[in-house]
Design a protein around this ligand. Structure first.
Ligand SMILES: NC(=O)NCCC(=O)O
Ligand SMILES: [Zn+2]
Ligand SMILES: [Zn+2]
Length: 475
């Protein structure tokens, strides 16, 4: 394998910013320092660039059936777009079906991903029911399959939603196994009632998606899940936090010592509810659950990230074409497939709006976009940092380059970009996965078979006291 040296760059990790060279051998970081040129087969000049750990996107939905259709990006297009954007690891959600063995769903997800991914990937597993069969399967899924995060939906009534008993029993099982429980926290029962009321009143446009999912119902579900996690003594991760009410519940629970963590997504940091009012059904492009909120929530989310109340940034990439998919809900907002394309722009948008605009520090950026997810999801220190022995998953990033986000220059397999026309400052120039270029000078040079499945570690089996890996302070 080629011995490569990244020279003259500024290394940025969650802890440090410093100038040094990075020697890569056999796919891992072999040395960091100076005078490492001997026997090197290639020198990569990173003068004027940041050298970041590859982004870790803990929340993607590739080739996922949802809302009567299937997401537009599969593991090939999705991971290629992710790499263009500076992401070198994703964790995708494996859906399950009630009454069927979990192992069947996992096998189906491997079929979608194995041999088709440009970067490394792991899976979370949806839990829709708890019974004897599920409980019997879970230990080997965690220990042998390396799936150490279990996802429960508190919303999407009649589709994915599980009841509180299922959530609580999942927490008890997860605690035993050293797995983490993830929740989509919205009160699905009340939302379903509000949706039916709106439709009965003839309110069918996309904006009613947001109006029938008020933020109080996200706050309520987040608080409920936090209390159940406290009772179970389980670790809880709240995906796609959008609003002040939910942040407050997480912050209060953390103060009380609950093992709770929160993720937000780029769309909630830069877009607001008014997008759903765009004419000609264009509002459908902005239908996410939970929905986009009033602009003031953005400030709350930024503050929560910079103060450590929220810890990670997931893309929640769940792409549907405007034509032929989003339009399933032309006459009924509740039939618009939920989600949007964000895997490619997560890293640059967050750098530009976060670091460039002075809302977070460089080290917080590295932590939130990469390191913290590695720690929480059992991948650290193999992933998520620039350190001797870690996988050489590296982003060479030009902090001055500007780019206008657009469907015209994106690599996601979808017919719109929700951030169309926004200019970002800073972009990944070259991206390496385990020491091999995936993106080189903005060109894809990787292979769609290079990505490897990642078995992740349960959080209590690491060589360390419970939860220190995740608890390492952000700097
Ligand atoms: N978030 C969204 O609208 N779509 C993806 C599925 C989910 O994460 O709830
Ligand atoms: Zn969700
Ligand atoms: Zn999602």
């Amino acid at each position: 394998m080629a011995k490569r040296l990244i020279k003259n760059g500024i290394i940025v990790t969650a802890a440090d910013t410093y100038k040094a060279d990075v020697l890569i051998e056999d796919g891992v970081i072999a040395q960091i320092g100076f005078g490492l040129e001997e026997n090197v087969s290639e020198i990569i000049d990173a003068e004027g660039k940041y050298v970041f750990p590859g982004g870790i996107d803990p929340h993607t939905h590739l080739e996922m059936p949802f809302g009567g259709t299937v997401t537009a990006d599969d593991f090939a297009t999705g991971t290629m777009a992710a790499a263009f954007g500076g992401t070198t690891t994703i964790i995708d959600f494996c859906l399950t079906t009630k009454g069927k063995p979990l192992s069947e769903s996992i096998a189906a997800w491997h079929k979608k991903a194995d041999g088709k991914a440009a970067i490394d990937y792991g899976f979370h597993l949806m839990i829709g029911e708890i019974n004897g069969e599920v409980l019997a399967e879970l230990p080997s899924i965690v220990a042998e399959e390396g799936i150490t995060s279990l996802k429960v939906f508190m919303a999407y009534k009649h589709v994915f939603q599980a009841d509180d008993g299922t959530l609580f029993r999942t927490m008890l099982a997860a605690k035993e196994l050293g797995a983490m429980v993830m929740v989509h926290a919205e009160n699905g029962d009340v939302i379903e009632f509000l949706i039916q009321k709106a439709l009965e009143a003839g309110q069918t446009e996309p904006i009613y998606h947001a109006l029938t999912r008020p933020s109080i119902l996200e706050g309520e579900a987040t608080g409920r899940a936090a209390k159940l996690a406290a009772l179970a003594g389980a670790r809880l991760y709240v995906v796609h936090v959008t609003c002040a009410e939910a942040v407050q519940q997480i912050a209060e629970a953390r103060l009380q010592g609950v093992d709770i963590w929160g993720e937000t997504c780029p769309q909630y940091l830069v877009l607001d509810k008014s997008s759903l009012e765009k004419p000609d059904f264009e509002g459908a492009k902005y239908v996410w659950s939970p929905p986009l909120r009033e602009p003031f929530h953005q400030d709350v989310l930024w503050h929560a990230l910079s103060s450590g109340q929220l810890q990670t940034l997931g893309s929640d990439h769940c792409s549907f074409n405007f034509e032929g998919q989003k339009d399933l809900g032309l006459d009924d907002f509740s039939k618009i497939p939920n989600g949007g394309p964000t895997i490619e722009d997560r890293f640059s948008l967050f750098y530009s709006e976060g670091v460039h605009k002075g809302r977070i520090t460089l080290n917080q950026f590295a932590d939130i976009v990469s390191t913290r997810s590695a720690k929480l999801f059992g991948l650290f220190p193999q992933k998520g940092t620039i350190a001797v022995g870690s996988d050489a998953d590296i982003v060479i990033f030009d902090p001055l380059a500007q780019r206008t986000l657009s469907v015209k220059n994106q690599h996601m397999n979808v017919d719109y970009n929700p951030f169309e026309g926004m200019t970002v400052t800073g972009q990944p120039v070259s991206v390496m996965s385990r020491g091999e270029f995936v993106i080189r000078d903005r060109q894809f040079v990787g292979s769609l078979a290079a990505g490897r499945y990642l078995k992740r570690a349960p959080f209590h089996s690491a060589n360390e006291p419970l939860s220190t890996a995740a608890d390492a302070p952000a700097t």
